[in-house]
Write a protein that binds this ligand. Structure first.
Ligand code: RIB
Length: 306
């Protein structure tokens, strides 16, 4: 059986975004310049990034029985994403992220997980038959760690490739690494996982080698405007970043991981997938918002001049 689908398991948030000239001090009231409500959450952002590259996409997670949750489901369905495994939690509200963006485009994010915090290992059990039909299963760390670990183990056992975006970073048990096909930390996440400060290509190589030694098949460290560094047992590469005018970096990493998963799901090489994901993320930083910033396949190919 050919596996053509991609399953994304993770968080969905409503992003409530305030643009301010600067971050207010303790006790200070400051007038903002813009307010936006965007669909966000690392899991949902990555699902949208997969779907906009043309892959058959399934999103699994939890939303609350509230307006934000209903809007999230409708929005994903409008993207063509299957929501049959998106559960409506009767106890918890939908996840929200409060995002402050200053005049320089720097962001500060506060997440209240709500229903995302209720995604359980039992929810994962129900996904095993779906995993068996998927080329890739994509996970991040915005749902409980024990659930993520159950998802990684189950996806590996079902023969799917596991694309693991360790964000927001937290230490992982050492035995999980051998179940991961591709891990996509940024510099600070790579440092938290390995203890090696990633400041240049040499330190990126050292950190990536630690992750490979733990059993991951491929490591791709995203380096912001410096692009991405890849290491497997057989190859090493650095693909420089694209020179673009960044206005909002929220969901750039999610765009990268989702686009990467879509290309790997198509059977492209790791390097081809990273080159493509690099371009997708470069486009995302030129646009405001999480999911509104994710480019389509046509936009990425045009950017790459193909
Ligand atoms: O990675 C970006 C996402 O992080 C935002 O959409 C926000 O919801 C937070 O989860």
């Amino acid at each position: 059986m050919q596996r053509t689908k991609i399953l994304v398991i993770g968080s969905l948030n409503m992003d409530l975004v305030v643009h301010v000239p600067r971050v207010p001090s303790d006790g200070e009231t400051l007038l903002g310049t813009e307010f936006h409500r965007y669909f966000g959450g690392k899991g949902a952002n990555q699902a949208v990034a997969v779907a906009r590259q043309g892959a058959s996409t399934i999103m699994a997670g939890r939303v609350g029985a509230d307006a934000f949750g209903r809007d999230q489901i409708a929005s994903l369905q409008a993207e063509g994403i299957a929501t049959d495994y998106l559960l409506v939690d009767e106890e918890q509200p939908s996840g929200v992220a409060f995002i402050i963006i200053d005049a320089q485009g720097n962001n500060r994010i506060m997440v209240v997980p709500g229903a995302n915090g209720a995604v359980s290992p039992e929810d994962i059990k129900a996904l095993e038959p779906v995993m068996a039909e998927c080329s890739c299963v994509v996970v991040q760390l915005e749902i409980p760690l024990e659930t993520v670990l159950a998802a990684v183990r189950a996806a590996h056992a079902q023969g799917a490739k596991v694309i693991f975006n360790p964000a927001p970073a937290q230490p992982l048990p050492l035995d999980i690494y051998r179940c991961i096909t591709v891990i996509t930390p940024n510099e600070s996440e790579a440092q938290l996982l390995t203890g090696i400060a990633v400041t240049d290509l040499a330190s990126a190589r050292q950190a990536a080698q630690v992750l490979l030694d733990r059993g991951v098949q491929a490591v791709v460290i995203t380096l912001g405007s410096q692009g991405a560094y890849g290491l497997t047992g057989a190859e090493e590469f650095h693909l420089p970043g694209h020179q673009v005018e960044a206005v909002d970096t929220v969901a750039a990493g999610d765009t990268f991981t989702g686009a990467l998963a879509a290309l790997i799901g198509e059977g492209r090489s790791l390097k081809e997938a990273v080159e493509y994901a690099n371009a997708a993320a470069a486009i995302a930083v030129t646009r405001k918002g999480a999911q509104p910033s994710v480019p389509t396949r046509e936009e990425v190919l045009r950017f790459l001049g193909r």
